[in-house]
Design a protein around this ligand. Structure first.
Ligand code: GLA
Length: 338
């Protein structure tokens, strides 16, 4: 518990300073016997990535290696981080890259230092536009999207909405396959349930965070004043929260919004607020698997030569205000409720 708190505060200090945090026992000495592994994430301020780091640290504590956590929001920072890891004698790293097309550059830089690479969340794309053959753990994105779409439709029925003035907003980021699959999956489920295609509107966001979504949703809302009730879905919790904030900003109230996110952090923070908002539910995904398990697989690859599976897909569970605490406890996520 104390360890968890300490590692969380170490993590938070990284966001404050924008600098690197290393495992508590990191010696920084290239000749140290302890194994060092890195965990690089594209958006260190996003609760999802904080949770991945927290669980990765648990793997480091269990196996007794040093974990070096670095926020890498762009390509230059990724390459600098790999050099940094190389200088410290790290044997490999897990990475959620800020841009999937950096894949070839990441692999070649890692090879210079003989480091092993495990990709998480966002899958590397090669110069031919195809996914690269690098161990990967990501979401069962289409299936999770389907859950979002079905959840939206069910709640709309539950509220007895008159379809004539309802629209569905997809805050999208199609450059990234895993997120395109999520919004496509939600769209597919809505259409299958009978929601009209002409009422599904796409709002492309420039960044997959709350401000990116707010801006994208705001443009769409200006274009569609005829829509009085909205279903909202997106890449992640942040994408739905940004759109819900844009709707609130224009006077829409919670009963006229049904937003369903995907995540394991920002949605729970929203649910902790006493007032009910348009953020109705989220598909709770597993930062334990994406943080602990990826790091454990990398550790075994580095130390025992066990080749990790090349493509692991993880599931999610739809949660609302009514059951998220219970589900978080079941998934071992209760620390993130504090
Ligand atoms: C992408 C998204 C994140 C998170 C992860 C989960 O990286 O940008 O917000 O949803 O996928 O795999």
């Amino acid at each position: 518990m104390v360890v968890a708190l300490l590692s969380l505060s170490a993590t938070i200090s990284v966001f404050a300073s924008g600098q690197q945090a290393s495992g508590q026992q990191a010696s920084g000495d290239k000749n140290s016997k302890r194994i060092k592994l890195g965990f690089l994430v594209k958006m260190p301020e996003e609760p999802w990535f904080q949770e991945e780091w927290r669980f990765a640290q648990q793997a480091a504590d269990k196996y007794g290696f040093d974990l070096i956590k670095i926020g890498t929001p762009d390509g230059d920072k990724v390459l600098a981080a790999i050099d940094n890891l190389g200088a410290q004698g790290a044997k490999g790293f897990v990475i959620c890259t800020p841009d999937v097309r950096l894949g070839p550059a990441i692999i070649s830089r890692a090879e210079q230092y003989k480091m092993k690479v495990f990709s998480v969340d966002d899958q590397f794309v090669g110069p031919d536009g195809k996914f690269m053959s690098v161990p990967y753990m990501g979401l069962s994105a289409k299936k999770i999207g389907n859950m979002v779409g079905s959840g939206l439709y069910d709640e709309m029925k539950n509220r007895n909405w008159d379809l004539s003035n309802v629209g569905a907003m997809a805050v999208t980021f199609d450059e990234l396959n895993t997120v395109k699959e999520r919004t496509d999956g939600a769209t597919e489920a809505l259409l299958k349930a009978g929601f009209p295609e002409s009422k599904i509107f796409r709002a492309p966001e420039k960044t997959t965070d709350v401000p990116g979504s707010f801006a994208a949703a705001d443009v769409l809302l200006t274009q569609h004043p005829e829509i009085k009730k909205w279903l909202v879905f997106s890449v992640n919790d942040e994408g739905v929260l940004g759109a819900v904030r844009a709707l609130e900003n224009r006077g829409f109230k919670a009963p006229d919004i049904i937003g369903i996110g995907i995540g394991a952090g920002s949605g729970a923070i929203e649910f902790k607020k006493p007032e009910v908002t348009g953020f109705f539910a989220f598909v709770c995904i597993s930062p334990y698997r994406h943080g602990f398990e990826t790091t454990e697989l990398l550790y075994k690859w580095v130390t025992e030569g066990v080749q990790p599976p090349m493509d692991i897909r993880t599931d999610g569970i739809l949660v609302t205000r009514a059951n998220y605490i219970e589900v978080f406890k079941k998934l071992g996520l209760e620390d993130s409720l504090k």
